[in-house]
Design a protein around this ligand. Sequence first.
Ligand SMILES: [Zn+2]
Length: 319
Amino acid sequence: MARLLSRSLPYVCACLMSASMLLGECVSWPPADGNGTAEKLIVVASLFPLYDMARSVGGNASSVSVLLPPGVEAHTYEPRPSDVEKISKAGVFIYVGAGMEPWAQSLVDGAGNSDLSVLDASTKADLISAEIVPSGVAREGNGAYDPHLWLDFGNDEKIVHAMSDVMSAKDPADSAYFARNADAYINQLKEMDGRYNRTLKNCRIRVFVTGGHSAFAYLARRYNLTGISAYGLSPDSEPTPQTIRYIDNIVKAHGVRYVLFEDTVSPKVADALAEGTGAKTLSFSPGENLPKEEYDNGVTFPDLLEKDLETLKTALECR
Ligand SMILES: [Zn+2]
């Protein structure tokens, strides 16, 4: 009955449109959001970029949460019993895949939720092999691919569409709403992609150096840049003196004036690299997590990408 009523609301609204417009109330009734069903679709995402995409697509028709607590390093995260509990109550679980969350399958198995739809985002992405990460230093990850696939707007577009599809299959009454939200988010990303292309077209150098981990190969591929990182695909072991010497030489050879660092990785390597060469340091985020205050301030994935573009513009000395 509730569903029948809510479905008939748009027609009721059309009849009342002129009267309520006069009263200036039509914006609030009926709600221009996902009200196809009374119950919100429960969605759980593993990491921040997927969380931001999912909450944008799901909007008011969903209740979206993220597993990785604020400020925590993503690659070394171990799920907690409360994560199993979350998955056991969810309708949709979205994770990166490609070795980013080696615990994802056992988490899903442990939750024993037969109603759960699972989306492995890596199955929708154009992946980069871990062996050919263009960093110049040895790489190894948990799998055969570099998992930082969200730092490519082409991948994000496919992932956002896939989210809309999986949410619509769970909640068909809100499918038009999900599709509309997905399109709006994708348009935002396309606009950002255009800005990256324009900004990164004319730069003095096309090499950037990070004292963090090798998380930027997708971004480098998309904009024809080379990223050199002190750590491997995961920031789990200290860089060797050999790696530091290699990066030091890159910094000197290209006249790199800014060494980038990540908020979730100790800045001491970036500081040491900068100190040895007279370079400055700048914060640069792969987006896999946010500090708590940024979560609290409602920072979005596009916000983060905008900040990263400013950092790159400075570091690469773009006109
Ligand atoms: Zn990473």
